[in-house]
Design a protein around this ligand. Structure first.
Ligand code: ATP
Ligand code: LTN
Length: 333
């Protein structure tokens, strides 16, 4: 384990995982678990940047944990944990926040986008990228698999390593690399293919949740926005809705987009939508069965969370101790 490269990634508990999360993130996470020392966490502290109902948040953390496992993340092979169980995340985040120029945070497009859509523009939403950097740097991660939307946050994290080293010297924090998969790094919203599919979207028709019923999945995919042309070809600029469906189809079937387009020569978009809906339902069926099963036993889920937290804590505490020592804080044993 010691010689394996360290991977870290997480997802915010703001809704149920979507097809976008699955294609852009968890599908890659699952593939990486064989070769790397992987750390996957449930970002509940990040979820607090948006007002949450306390009871619903707690329930959703269990549900999210079960969704991670149901998607094939193995708690034996990986360290799977809940962010708030490791208090070191918030502590290192503060130290990094004090090294972050306001200008760097002001440039974050996700903040601009999110703050333009909410009245609750709190400081946490603004400093979110420093908490994300803390998540990564605490585990001395080599590689961070994320979707395209996280590229800018990853750049800030890398800048923070440089700022830290300029102030305190080298050798304490590791410089991480982002890993952004090629296909499906940005799955778009079904009703508005100009924006990404997001689990916290107000319009439920914009996303397929991995625990949606087959009926719901079929309805959402059939009503996905496409143009008025009829020829099935890949043209993201002029036919973004169709291109999005083809991308999803290609990733889930592990076939090239050209091959799929050939299958639909002389056929209508409707045929493609019906087949894609069936493919999504079939792909998610075993995931949903495993999820239902896991949700029957909360004690078991809680025990797995605890096991993950114990493993994660060792690594996080080791980094925080070094950071305390270099920054002049007294580390309490
Ligand atoms: P929120 O709606 O709260 O912003 P989200 O659905 O955008 O959430 P996150 O939990 O923030 O997703 O992200 C988890 C992982 O999934 C990240 O690696 C992110 O890049 C990836 N991801 C999220 N949405 C998509 C998408 N539409 N296409 C591809 N990858 C995605
Ligand atoms: N900000 C990420 C979720 C996240 C994350 C992380 C991803 C929080 N901390 C650390 C990778 C590494 C997002 O996808 N919204």
């Amino acid at each position: 384990m010691a010689d394996k490269k360290v991977i870290l990634s997480g997802s915010t508990v703001t809704g149920d995982l979507t097809l976008g999360n699955y294609i852009g993130a968890m599908n890659n996470w699952r593939k990486l678990q064989e070769e790397y020392n992987c750390h996957y966490f449930i970002a509940d502290l990040h979820a607090l940047t948006v007002a949450q109902d306390p009871k619903a948040l707690r329930e959703r953390c269990f549900s999210f944990f079960a969704q991670y496992l149901a998607l094939g993340l193995d708690p034996e092979k990986n360290t799977i944990f809940v962010q708030s169980h490791i208090h070191e995340h918030a502590e290192l985040a503060w130290i990094l926040t004090c090294l972050t120029p306001m200008g760097n945070l002001n440039r974050m497009t996700q903040f601009k986008d999110k703050s333009s859509r909410t009245k609750n523009i709190n400081a946490g939403l603004f400093t979110y990228p420093t908490l994300m950097a803390s998540d990564i740097l605490l585990y001395q991660a080599d590689v961070v698999p994320v979707g395209e939307d996280q590229r800018q946050h990853m750049e800030l994290c890398r800048d923070l390593v440089v700022f830290f080293e300029n102030r305190y010297g080298e050798g304490i924090l590791k410089m991480p690399e982002a890993y952004i998969g090629k296909a499906g790094a940005r799955v778009m919203a079904l009703q508005d293919p100009s924006k990404k599919m997001s689990k916290s979207d107000d319009n439920e028709k914009n996303f397929v949740s991995i625990i949606d019923s087959p009926k719901k999945i079929q309805k959402k995919i059939k009503s996905a926005q496409t143009d008025s042309d009829t020829v099935v070809n890949y043209d993201p600029e002029n036919k973004p809705g169709l291109a999005n469906l083809l991308t999803i189809y290609s990733v889930l079937s592990e076939r090239s987009i050209e091959e799929i387009c050939k299958d639909y020569e002389g056929k209508m978009y409707g045929h493609l939508k019906v087949d894609l809906a069936d493919l999504v339902v079939d792909t998610l069926k075993p995931v949903q069965e495993k999820y239902e099963d896991l949700m029957k036993n909360k004690d078991h889920l809680e025990a797995l969370m605890e096991k993950g937290a114990q493993k994660a804590r060792l690594r996080a505490a080791d980094t925080l101790k070094k950071v305390y020592e270099t920054t002049g804080l007294i580390y309490r044993r």
